[in-house]
Design a protein around this ligand. Structure first.
Ligand code: FE2
Length: 358
């Protein structure tokens, strides 16, 4: 089955270099896809990155064309519902339905620009302005919010009536990062490959065109590796062979014997998890420069060949690789905390909330 998209023959199959067009049989008939392509013909070039303004025009135009989507909407009080309406190399377009209490959580769009236009009901968007402050706006039918690649927002159903909206992204959505709102501002929590817009928790996730495109990209990645390259599991096993890693109680005892606990977790993780009192915080990106006895940027009290440095991360994986790197530059006693901060905390050893900067 194929769909003609702005003069280009596009079809959905595993051999396509990138996923274009919608999966046949996925809710939107080929005839309807053609109608949508026709409606977008003057608004959406088939290739290239579209501006926020172009995406706004696309979403406003489609929101006004009820004949193209109103019969497709499903109202689900439990799970936010969505459906892909269109996909090309330049953008993807989605239909979303919202019921009372449904929202997306804070997220970005993985570098894509985007726009969403309300077609029915109302939506409330909270978003981060460039200063870092949070703002909020209510959107009603005919209104749209368009944004560039840095936009972070949380979109929620507003008012009483069911809401419907049209969303477009360029380049097509591939990944989104979720954020936790803290006293320090929004802190990135996790990045997910997406199978749907605005949270990917709606129905229709695993079987969408984007999910297929993501799986295709994953296959390409492993094929392109040079033969014999060790995987991360190999690296980890190599770094752990012949090294005595320390469980929390043993690490705690070593500290009283003069060892140094070095916390390499990023600030975001320390805020969420907490800290160990007395641990020395050194960012992973500067670790070797701070601890190499030959480095001008060294910390003299720590950068000694006989110093027992115990590297700590969150769960005891990144710390293993960091400790191996320290041994390579001559700190032969360097090791890491088995199980990381999480094991330390679980063992009932001292922790405290992350300390505020300045
Ligand atoms: Fe979004």
């Amino acid at each position: 089955m194929s769909v003609t998209d702005a003069g280009h023959e596009t079809r959905w199959d595993d051999s396509a270099p990138t996923g274009v067009g919608l999966k046949p049989g996925w809710g939107v008939s080929p005839e309807r896809q053609q109608e949508i392509v026709a409606a977008l013909s003057d608004l959406a070039p088939g290739t290239g990155r579209l501006t926020a303004g172009q995406l706004r025009a696309i979403t406003v135009a489609l929101a006004a064309r009820r004949d193209l989507w109103s019969d497709l909407v499903v109202r689900d009080p439990d799970v936010r519902w969505y459906l892909p309406l269109h996909r090309s190399n330049s953008c993807d377009v989605w239909l979303l339905a919202w019921e009372r209490g449904q929202d997306t959580d804070w997220h970005d769009h993985g570098g894509s620009s985007g726009s969403f236009a309300v077609a029915e009901g109302s939506l409330i968007e909270q978003y981060r302005v460039p200063s870092g402050r949070l703002s909020r706006r209510r959107l009603v039918p005919g209104q749209a919010a368009a944004f560039g690649p840095g936009h972070v927002h949380d979109v929620a159903h507003g008012g009483e009536a069911s809401a419907t909206s049209i969303h477009a992204y360029s380049p097509p959505l591939v990944a989104m990062t979720y954020y936790t709102a803290t006293d320090y501002g929004l802190i990135a929590r996790e990045t997910v490959a997406i199978d749907g817009p605005e949270g990917g928790r709606g129905r229709g996730g695993a079987d969408t065109a984007l999910a297929r495109a993501s799986a295709h990209a994953a296959r390409l990645n492993s094929d392109s590796l040079p033969t014999g390259a060790p995987g991360i599991d190999d690296l980890l096993a190599e770094a752990r062979s012949g090294v005595r890693r320390l469980r929390p109680e043993a690490a705690f005892a070593a500290l009283t014997d003069g060892a140094a606990l070095v916390d390499i977790r990023p600030l975001e993780q320390r805020i969420v998890e907490g800290e160990v009192p007395g641990a020395i915080i050194i960012g992973r990106n500067v670790l070797e420069w701070r601890l190499d006895p030959r480095s001008e940027a060294r910390i003299p009290a720590l950068a000694r060949a006989d110093m027992q440095v115990i590297v700590m991360c969150s769960q005891g994986y990144a710390s293993t690789l960091a400790a191996a790197s320290l041994r390579r530059i001559g700190l032969h006693e360097a090791t890491d905390l088995d199980g990381g901060f999480q094991a330390w905390q679980a063992a009932g050893l001292p922790v405290r909330p992350a300390q505020a900067l300045g």
